[in-house]
Design a protein around this ligand. Structure first.
Ligand SMILES: [Cu+2]
Length: 332
């Protein structure tokens, strides 16, 4: 019977420590967002006559790249780190949390019933049991190590630098909108603002997530975002791509990822940045590479291998300041 009581104590004391770790891991999850259901509609972006027309604006699919009503877990993932993280949550953390919680609950109920005063009038005075102490120390350590291995692996994958052929886009957070610039393609910065409710509805986009100018990216190609802030700290976060990176003034943060397939993926600024923090959504439009190239050209940009648009007009050399003769030495 002493052995049995020791097991109870081991369960209660030792495993309390373990339950804390998975809970912390869950807190790091992106906050759930609410969104209005999307309906079908399209709005064509204006195109200048000289440039090719941009590809038709992609329509979002309800529940893809955005939260679903009543959703309890992470959004469906569309990047390799996203799939991996979702697997860690669903196949590692959640089962461990569930088993430990049920085990501890069972032990508690057993102690309450079996060792209540009426059933056990003279309690044991056991104070030490070396075997049990070793077990209740080692078991939590092994569980934590088991969780740490995939977790650390995921962190390493999240910070893996982009390959050399990655498309670079500079993302700047402003109070309260985003700016996107494509240095590789010669497209200067344009800003992206939230769509007002009536326009979002007319466009078939979720209000508070839809944006006028989307961040257009190629699907299936490595992407490198250089993220910074212009005024205060913002955070560029797109839950369905497993992307979240602070946009800090005076600092360039890098985030590399590949989007599985074409689609519209929504996110929000995730660092409290002022009055309209909740109204600076991120809308990513992932296009097949050929359509992405078409979009780049429609914006007056170039793809690698294109002839530069302004090759015919080289800048005139700036007139140089007339060289001033060295002052003559005066000897008198
Ligand atoms: Cu912000």
């Amino acid at each position: 019977m002493n052995m049995l009581r020791s097991i109870v104590l081991a369960g209660l004391l030792g495993l309390n420590a373990v339950t804390a770790a998975p809970v912390l891991a869950q807190e790091a999850a992106p906050a759930a967002q609410t969104a209005a259901p999307a309906t079908d509609a399209a709005a064509a972006a204006p195109a200048e006559a000289a440039k090719p027309a941009p590809p038709a604006r992609l329509k979002p699919v309800e529940g893809i790249g955005m939260p679903r009503p009543g959703e309890m877990t992470f959004q469906e993932q569309f990047s390799s780190t996203g799939h991996y993280a979702r697997w860690i949550h669903d196949a590692v953390l959640l089962p461990i949390i569930t088993v430990i919680s049920l085990f501890v609950l069972g032990l508690l109920l057993w102690v309450i019933i079996r060792y209540r005063r009426a059933a056990n009038p003279t309690p044991s005075k056991t104070a030490h049991n070396t075997v049990i102490e070793v077990v209740w120390t080692l078991a939590p350590v092994l569980i934590l190590v088991g969780i740490a291995i995939p977790s650390i692996d995921l962190i390493a994958k999240q910070y893996k630098p982009a390959p050399k052929d990655a498309l670079t886009v500079k993302v700047t957070g402003y109070q309260w909108y985003w700016g996107y610039e494509y240095p590789d393609n010669g497209i200067g910065e344009f800003v992206s603002n939230m769509l007002p409710a009536d326009k979002a509805l007319a466009n078939g986009e979720p209000y508070l997530l839809g944006a006028d100018n989307r961040l257009v990216l190629p699907a299936g190609k490595p992407i490198k975002l250089i993220i910074t802030g212009a005024d205060v700290i913002h955070s560029f976060a797109v839950p369905s791509l497993w992307v979240k990176m602070d946009a800090v003034p005076g600092r360039l943060n890098e985030k590399s990822f590949t989007i599985d397939k074409p689609g519209v993926y929504y996110g929000q600024c995730s660092e409290l940045c002022g009055a309209r923090h909740g109204f600076m959504p991120i809308a990513i439009e992932a296009l097949p590479p050929a359509q992405f190239a078409q979009w780049v050209r429609s914006q007056g940009g170039t793809m690698p291998g294109d002839k530069p648009a302004d090759a015919a007009a080289p800048a005139a050399p700036a007139p140089q300041a007339a060289a001033t003769p060295a002052p003559a030495a005066t000897n008198s």
